[in-house]
Write a protein of this length. Structure first.
Length: 132
């Protein structure tokens, strides 16, 4: 499951999408909007065709690099309030070490290369540069 959507992320569906009989580990990372310096929400914008292409490529690279069984990545668009889920990455693999490593690597790469931008909502919008 690779998606960029305005609707809330169904975490159970994301988890189910990576379940495999041959996988002994499933890792789910959920990024949430935190209350920081008066932030009320984040607005996410995307160049959808490139984002889907980049996310799909990252999932495939993670499978090859870490030997995992399956990977799903879902990112929100639009306004996400404090406490809301903005991204979910689920990964299944034979063992926990490579499964955790794959999930962390993909999240770092999503922030680094996928064309998704966020702005703070605190009364006046401002651009927020992604951090690693």
């Amino acid at each position: 499951m690779i998606d960029v959507r305005r609707a809330r992320i169904d975490l159970e569906a994301v988890l189910d999408s990576v379940r495999r009989d041959d996988a002994g580990a499933i890792v789910l990372f959920v990024g949430t909007v935190r209350s920081d310096e008066g932030i009320r929400a984040l607005d996410y914008e995307v160049y959808r065709p490139m984002a889907i292409k980049s996310l799909t490529a990252l999932a495939e690279q993670a499978k090859e690099k870490f030997g995992i069984a399956a990977m799903s990545i879902v990112h929100r668009l639009g306004r996400v309030p404090v406490g809301g889920d903005s991204v979910a990455i689920a990964c299944s693999g034979g063992h926990r070490a490579e499964t955790f490593a794959a999930c962390e690597w993909v999240m770092d790469e999503v922030k680094r290369i996928v064309p998704i931008w966020k702005t703070d909502v605190e009364g006046r919008p401002k651009y927020v540069r992604g951090r690693r």
